[in-house]
Structure formats: structure tokens, C-alpha cells
Design a protein around this ligand. Structure first.
Ligand code: FES
Length: 128
């Protein structure tokens, strides 16, 4: 069995951006089909469509904690278009790899982020 990288351990032990954003511009949720784990992502987006703030709440495993934490660092300060283009492979690369049986844990983050961005865009449309 493969083990976790130093970076995965570091994000698991010190997860970034855990919590809730009060009055977020977008909220996205995702669950893993392979377990009962669940992730919620909150975003604040500025007028240039850049993600200014992002937080997450998770019920999940060590890999899900690390991948969700990494995700928030990867997209903070990025345009929503870049956030929508993010893949689970990008997160796995950022963390210097994940054991094969834990790759699915990174998918929740990508889905929840995309759902948060789509929720933000829906909120914009309904505003106008
Ligand atoms: Fe459920 Fe990792 S085992 S997300």
C-alpha cells in the first residue's frame, strides 16, 4: 500500500480555510459515492470574478481533509474560469500524489467547487 506524501500529512494536520463564510456568494456541496463523506464549499467572489475567499466544511477521511484544504489554497485569488478548469489530477499533483485507493477523495473538492461557482453564477443571473 502506498503512503501519504509529506504535503498530504501537512494539510491533514493543519487544514487551511476550514469553516463557513457568512453570506457567501456561492455554496457548493458534494458527496462521495464510495463512502458517506460529504463536503460543503463557500466562496466570496469580487467584481473581477476572482475568488477572494473560500472555506470548507467536511465530514471525511484524512485524504479528503488534505485535498479540500489544498483546493482552497489552489483557487484563492484565481478567476472563476480557472476554478472551473481545476481537475482532481491537479489537486493530486499539488499534494505530490495520493495512494490509488484515495484518488476518489479528491473528486468531492472539484465537484463542490464547481457547484459553488455555478451557484454564484445563478445568483448573479437572478440578481439581474
Ligand atoms: Fe470518503 Fe476519502 S474515504 S472521501
Amino acid at each position: 500500500m502506498e503512503t501519504y506524501s509529506e504535503k498530504v500529512f501537512e494539510h491533514f494536520n493543519n487544514p487551511r480555510n476550514v469553516g463557513v463564510i457568512y453570506k457567501p456568494h456561492g455554496v457548493g456541496e458534494a458527496g462521495s459515492g464510495e463512502c458517506s463523506d460529504y463536503l460543503v464549499v463557500y466562496i466570496k467572489v469580487n467584481g473581477e470574478k476572482v475568488i477572494e475567499d473560500i472555506k470548507f466544511q467536511l465530514r471525511g477521511c484524512a485524504a479528503a481533509i488534505a485535498t479540500s484544504s489544498a483546493l482552497t489554497e489552489m483557487v484563492r485569488g484565481k478567476h472563476i474560469g480557472e476554478a472551473l478548469a481545476l481537475t482532481e489530477a491537479d489537486i493530486v499533483d499539488y499534494l505530490d500524489g495520493l495512494p490509488e485507493e484515495k484518488i476518489h477523495c479528491s473528486i468531492m473538492g472539484v465537484e463542490a467547487l464547481k457547484n459553488a461557482v455555478m451557484n454564484y453564477l445563478d445568483n448573479l443571473r437572478s440578481y439581474w
